[in-house]
Every structure is written in structure tokens, then in C-alpha cells.
Design a protein around this ligand. Structure first.
Ligand SMILES: *Cc1c(COP(=O)(O)O)cnc(C)c1O
Length: 463
């Protein structure tokens, strides 16, 4: 199995190299050269097996000879062992023929754990083979950084440094980053905002002398291995509602497009998905692009579903690559246009191709709050604001004859202020992390200064 870049000008790579590299050298994203399929019988046979076994069967065909069967099985077992639910990704019913897929039972209470925990294990196996060490550096506005720290804590061949804007993440998010006590974990509070943190990380990747001296690596959402890990729960949830014998639909609270693109991959592997619905908050660039054909970032408007507050949706490039008949030159041209003119228009043919596979909707802040309150009244359940965006859009786009599955992307206790504002109730943390607020914190405050941060990383990383 080989991986090609969406811009068509980078070398093709095997699975492990594509995973360790992240972004392709031509600026594109890696995608599999061909998408393997599962037959209806193979899909039906996923019914009743453990989440780990289903993950193995879905992921295996993409790996080639990068990992042995035993290595992959071991990585999957370790990745999900610390989840707080035996089903890993359970579904609950919300309304007639409308279901919630709970993706928040991992260690940091958001769906990113599904991918990050697995790539932590796969990175460690690949690095240990030739005794390589890497330094992972990332910027976070909250969810990604905590998921990365949880995934890489204690791994012998990896040091992880996460920059977050001082004073601008929630208490739960900060404590998830500052309480792990392993000496390969470093939470850095930068004196600046998220854009500063992200800019300094970018600077480090562009500073080749530093980059090479610490073997810098990234694990942001464009990493193909992260997308792949997310394909699994589309299969497990659809099968438990009757696939492949009947189709199901999905609605996905969307930001960087990684999660919903995984649904697109599941469909191309043979899973009968009827509608695949992009749900956006007031940062609705994807909904606008699908309905008007124009992709035009117009500034982030901070919302109560902050993990979906995006300007540019990076994984959308993978969908464009498919919509343009896998023409890397055409995609490179669009991205160039975006850089030069701040926008691009998709061709009529590509627009039609996109609308054939994706449906979309957006909801306002008021609708999101109203949805949290209404779901509390109608089911007794509290949902996080991202999930509420998904539910509200799903209701707009639901064909009552087809089961609709909305992805619940985070636990309500991760966003307690919005939930309390909507319902008057403050959601409690699950029992297994009830001591989060009594654990000691470890954090280093750093100035918004590249060389100061680089020096700190040089000193702290293990050799
Ligand atoms: C990251 C995130 C999203 C957006 O997912 P993408 O894959 O970036 O589209 C939605 N909800 C929550 C809670 C998240 O953490």
C-alpha cells in the first residue's frame, strides 16, 4: 500500500513513513493510492466482535508491510485499554431513528483520543525499531494538546512539548495537560494567544537547523494515520444498526474535516452510508463552499463550540482531491489561488461531485444552546456544544426512513460553562477523573519568543 500527495509532486511513501512525515514535502496531504474495500459479508461479520477486533480488520488493509499483524494488534489493544467504556464507542438513542455515537470515553473526553492513542503506540513501535528518537511539538487551543500528551506520556522514544495560550484554555483542558507527571511531557504556557502559539510552532518547523537537531515531528489532524483510526467507528456503529443490510446516515460536527473525511473513506470502503452531513457552527466556511461553490475564509468568530472554530479546514483538501478526479495539479492550483487571492472557486463538476457525497448545514449560537436545553428535557442527557451543533443539523437533514447517527465528539464536562448556560446544570466529570482537580500541576511559562522556546526544548528533551 502506497500513499500519494494531494498535490501530486511529493514522493510516494509507505504507511509508516507517511505517518511519521505528516505533511508532504509539496505541501499536500497523503492519501492512499487506492482505497481497499470490505465485502458485504466482511462488513456483516463485524457484528458482535470487540471494538479492537473491528479496528484491526478495518485498518489492516491500509498498513501494507509497515507493521506486522502482531504489532498492529498490540498497538490497538494498548490504545483503547484505558477507555472508560467496554464498547469504546457506544451508541445511545436520542429520538425515533436518531442515535448518538459517544466518542468521549477516552482519557481526555473527546473523540481525538481514538486517533491519538493509536498513533502514539504506532509511533513508538516504528521508532524503537531503529532506535530513533523524536520531539513532538504542537500548539493547542485545548483538545488536541491534551489528547497528544495522554497518547505520548511515558513513551521511551518520544518527548512531547505542547504550547497553549496562558490563561485561555478551560481549567479541565489545562489540568489535562499539566497533571501528567512523566518526564517526557512538557506543558508550556505561552504568553500570547493561540495564533502566537501556532506561529511559533510553524517557525520551529521552518528553522531547519533546529528541526533536524531535535527530530521535530507533528501530530496535527492532517496526519493520515489519525484519519484512518477514525474510520473504524463508522463501521462499528453502522453495523450495530443493521448495515450492510440497510444504509445509515451520519452527521458530524466539523472543523478541520478529519472526522467527516474518515466517514467518506468508510463509504468508499463499501459501507452503505446514505447521507454524510457536515455540521458547522457560525464558522460556516464549509457549508458556504458546498452551497455556493466559493471557498472564502472570513475570520474566526469565537463560539461556544471552540473546537470547530476554524478559518481554513485543512483536511478539506483531501475531499477536493477526490472531487477533482485525483488531479494533484488542479488541487495545487486551488491552494495557490487561496494563498494569493484569499479564496478560490470550485469548478462546476467538482462542486457537483462534492454535493453528491456531502450534505451540510450550519446553526447559530442560540440554536446550539436551545438544542442542549431541549435534549436535556427530552432525554435527560447533557450534551456538549459541539455535539449539539451536530444534533441540530441532523434534525434538519434527517430522512426519517434512514437511521441517523450524530457523532458526540466531546463529553459535556469538558465544556461545562456552555452546558450550564443552556440548562442551569453543571455537568460532572466521570468518576475515573474526579481527582483531576486535586492532582499537582506542572507547567512552564514561556515568553512569545522563538529562541527562548527552542532553548528550553533543547535543554529538556531526553537524549
Ligand atoms: C476536533 C473537534 C471537532 C472537529 O473535528 P474535525 O476532525 O477537526 O472536523 C469537533 N468537536 C470536538 C469536540 C473536537 O475536539
Amino acid at each position: 500500500m502506497r500513499y500519494v500527495s494531494t498535490r501530486g509532486a511529493a514522493p510516494t511513501l509507505g504507511f509508516d513513513e507517511a505517518m511519521l512525515t505528516g505533511l508532504a514535502r509539496d505541501g499536500g496531504l497523503y492519501v492512499p493510492e487506492t482505497v481497499p474495500t470490505l465485502s458485504p459479508d466482511e462488513i456483516a461479520a463485524l457484528s458482535g466482535v470487540s471494538y479492537e477486533e473491528a479496528a484491526y480488520r478495518v485498518i489492516r488493509p491500509f498498513i501494507g508491510d509497515s507493521f506486522t499483524d502482531d504489532e498492529l494488534r498490540g498497538a490497538i489493544e494498548r490504545a483503547y485499554a484505558r477507555f472508560g467504556h467496554a464498547a469504546r464507542a457506544p451508541i445511545v438513542q436520542l429520538a425515533p431513528n436518531h442515535f448518538l455515537l459517544e466518542l468521549f470515553h477516552g482519557p481526555t473526553l473527546a473523540f481525538k483520543d481514538f486517533a491519538m492513542q493509536l498513533i502514539g503506540q504506532l509511533f513508538q513501535i516504528a521508532l524503537a525499531r531503529d532506535g530513533r528518537r523524536i520531539t513532538i511539538v504542537g500548539a493547542t487551543s485545548g483538545d488536541t494538546g491534551s489528547a497528544a500528551i495522554e497518547a505520548f506520556r511515558g513513551l521511551p522514544n518520544v518527548d512531547v512539548f505542547i504550547l497553549f495560550p496562558e490563561g485561555r484554555v478551560s481549567d479541565v483542558q489545562r489540568r489535562q495537560m499539566t497533571t501528567p507527571d512523566e518526564d517526557n511531557v512538557h506543558a508550556l504556557a505561552i504568553q500570547g494567544d493561540f495564533d502566537d502559539a501556532q506561529a511559533r510552532v510553524k517557525d520551529m518547523f521552518n528553522h531547519f537547523e533546529f528541526r533536524d537537531s531535535v527530530n521535530l515531528a507533528g501530530v496535527n489532524s492532517i496526519n493520515w494515520a489519525r484519519v484512518l483510526a477514525q474510520v473504524v467507528y463508522y463501521f462499528t456503529s453502522a453495523v450495530s444498526l443493521g448495515a450492510p443490510h440497510r444504509p445509515v446516515s451520519f452527521t458530524v460536527p466539523t472543523g478541520n474535516f478529519g472526522d467527516i473525511y474518515a466517514g467518506h473513506v468508510a463509504r468508499r470502503m463499501g459501507l452503505p452510508i446514505d447521507r454524510l452531513v457536515i455540521a458547522t457552527n457560525q464558522n460556516d466556511i464549509l457549508h458556504r463552499c458546498l452551497t455556493t461553490g466559493e471557498y472564502r475564509p472570513d475570520g474566526v468568530k469565537p463560539s461556544i463550540s471552540p473546537s470547530m472554530d476554524i478559518q481554513v479546514s485543512s483536511n478539506f483538501e483531501r475531499a477536493l482531491f477526490d472531487a477533482y478526479g485525483r488531479d494533484g495539479k488542479a488541487v495545487a492550483q486551488l491552494m495557490d489561488e487561496l494563498k494569493r487571492n484569499g479564496a478560490f472557486s470550485v469548478s462546476q463538476g467538482a462542486g457537483e461531485a462534492l454535493r453528491e457525497v456531502f450534505d451540510s448545514g450550519r446553526v447559530s449560537e442560540d440554536q446550539t444552546l436551545a438544542t442542549i436545553a431541549r435534549i436535556r428535557r427530552s432525554t435527560g442527557q447533557l450534551v456538549c456544544p459541539h455535539t449539539a451543533v451536530g444534533i441540530a443539523v441532523a434534525e434538519l437533514r434527517h430522512d426519517p426512513a434512514v437511521p441517523m447517527i450524530t457523532l458526540a465528539t466531546a463529553h459535556p464536562a469538558k465544556f461545562p460553562d456552555a452546558v450550564e448556560q443552556a440548562t442551569g446544570e453543571r455537568p460532572a466529570l466521570p468518576d475515573r477523573m474526579s481527582d483531576l482537580f486535586s492532582r499537582p500541576e506542572r507547567v512552564t511559562s514561556v515568553p512569545n519568543d522563538l529562541s527562548a522556546i527552542e532553548n528550553l526544548i533543547q535543554q529538556r528533551r531526553r537524549r
